[in-house]
Design a protein around this ligand. Structure first.
Ligand SMILES: NC(=O)c1ccc[n+]([C@@H]2O[C@H](COP(=O)([O-])OP(=O)(O)OC[C@H]3O[C@@H](n4cnc5c(N)ncnc54)[C@H](OP(=O)(O)O)[C@@H]3O)[C@@H](O)[C@H]2O)c1
Length: 413
């Protein structure tokens, strides 16, 4: 039987989740939440740019959505800038009896490292509803748990482990992506994501999870941040970078073990690939990578490079001019997905749109495991995640039913 699911928000990640929920026969989309008046009443198929009629119309009526008694809600509303509201909504959903998979509160990636009061609120809601909460994404998320877990399976010894995102944001056409980092701003300008405490809030859980995976006690966690200022003026799709303004950052959180930085969650974010060439870089010919680098025996580098086809329809919504002011819109990021591709010849999606797909699918693919899990806040270390069932594209499936360990495959429509 298909899992009854509500998609909560229709931004960048939400729209990708919506597509999967509409297209997969493993799920029955029963509702869509949007806080945006302009989207209320619109069909999920249209919002997801699938251009099919699903009969499920977006609503801002929370009670009506919860009354649908979904097995799970995919909660992808903005979390970081409205944490109290997001936690309140997630708690309400959990207490109503619906499980939640969410990308929204990055500090909940690893609940044992999160603020105890937040955990208490959510754990109480889980208990009341008999439900489970799973928070994940790609980074923090998959790159900090599944990738290291895979790499560690072939290691005899670890001296240092780094989980890195090495990314070029310059190709992104949404200028608002520059703001959290202060790209294009002079020295001393505000950079919310680099403020002391913020990297730990967002990526500290990943470091604590690594310590628990390795079974070691952290002596502490410390933040680091280096800035690189543009040696010349240039323009990229992200915006105008004046000579002497911020053009790249290297920052993160390091877990201290044995008196040294041994467990490291790190971001190297550039606005042009040739900025700060002495910092770690993605492989030649790529602009972004999620990397696990282990110094040990053997030393190894595991690179995750996201790409893939994009859909021509993705940009249609923005061309239709639906954006309703003020808010950074998921649709525009879809534009990034569209544009991120062949502009520079050869490469298609360079992590913008594919990153949103990967984040959404980490959540959607986890739904069966989360629904089956006991009540409470769960981590990827406890869940039996991702079987791959039904993921082979329908066009590659022959008309003869394919049998696997789980029997004949149902096809996606
Ligand atoms: N861990 C990871 O790897 C990862 C990766 C990507 C994103 N994320 C996180 O996932 C969340 C969603 O990311 P995104 O890229 O989809 O962001 P987004 O494109 O900005 O979409 C967020 C959506 O939240 C809803 N929203 C915005 N302001 C709201 C408000 N004041 N009240 C209620 N709803 C509001 C809107 O949807 P409606 O208009 O439909 O309500 C909006 O489109 C964020 O918290 C982000 O940090 C995590």
């Amino acid at each position: 039987m298909a899992y009854r699911v509500v998609q909560w928000s229709t931004g960048g990640v939400g729209k990708q989740a919506l597509r999967a929920l509409v297209e997969s026969s493993d799920f029955e989309l029963v509702g869509v939440y949007t806080h945006r008046d302009a989207r209320v009443g619109r069909d999920a198929g249209e919002i997801a740019a699938l251009w099919i009629e699903t009969g499920i119309r977006a609503t801002s009526d929370v009670d009506a959505l919860l009354a649908l008694r979904p097995a799970c809600v995919v909660y992808t509303s903005t979390g970081e800038t409205r944490p109290r509201q997001a936690v309140g909504e997630i708690a309400l959903i959990l207490a109503s009896g619906a499980n939640v998979v969410s990308s929204s509160m990055m500090n909940l990636i690893y609940p044992p490292a999160a603020h105890p009061r937040t955990i208490e609120t959510l754990a109480e809601a889980c208990e009341r509803g008999g439900t489970t909460l799973f928070t994940s994404g790609i980074d923090p998320g998959f790159s900090g748990d599944a990738l290291p877990l895979a790499a560690l399976q072939i290691c005899a010894r670890v001296d240092v482990i780094r989980v890195q995102e090495l990314a070029d944001y310059g190709t992104h056409p949404d200028g608002s992506w520059a703001t959290p980092y202060g790209f294009g701003q002079p020295e001393g300008a505000a950079a919310p994501i680099l403020e002391p405490g913020v990297p730990t809030l967002l990526w500290g859980g990943m470091v604590t999870m690594l310590a628990d995976i390795l079974g070691v006690e952290l002596e502490g966690r410390e933040e680091f941040c280096e800035r690189w200022y543009a040696p010349e003026t240039f323009d990229v799709p992200l915006g105008h970078i004046e000579k002497g303004t911020l053009a790249a950052v290297r920052f993160g959180v390091a877990g201290i073990v044995g008196g040294a930085r041994r467990l490291i969650a790190e971001h190297v974010t550039r606005t042009r690939p040739d900025m700060a060439l002495h910092w770690p870089r993605p492989p030649v010919g790529t602009r972004s990578v999620h990397r696990v680098a282990i110094e040990g025996l053997p030393s190894l580098t595991l690179d995750l490079h996201l790409g893939g086809e994009t859909r021509a329809e993705d940009g249609a919504e923005e061309r239709g001019g639906e954006r309703d002011g003020g808010e950074r819109d998921g649709g525009e990021r879809d534009g990034g997905e569209r544009d991120g591709g062949e502009r520079d010849g050869g490469e298609r999606d360079e992590g913008g749109g594919a990153g949103l797909v990967a984040t959404a699918m980490r959540l959607v693919n986890a739904i069966p495991a989360v629904v089956a899990a006991p009540p409470g806040l769960v981590t990827p270390l406890e869940l039996r995640l991702g079987t791959g069932r039904n993921l082979l594209a329908p066009r590659w499936r022959s008309s003869a039913p394919a049998s696997g360990p789980e029997g004949p495959q149902r096809s996606r429509t």
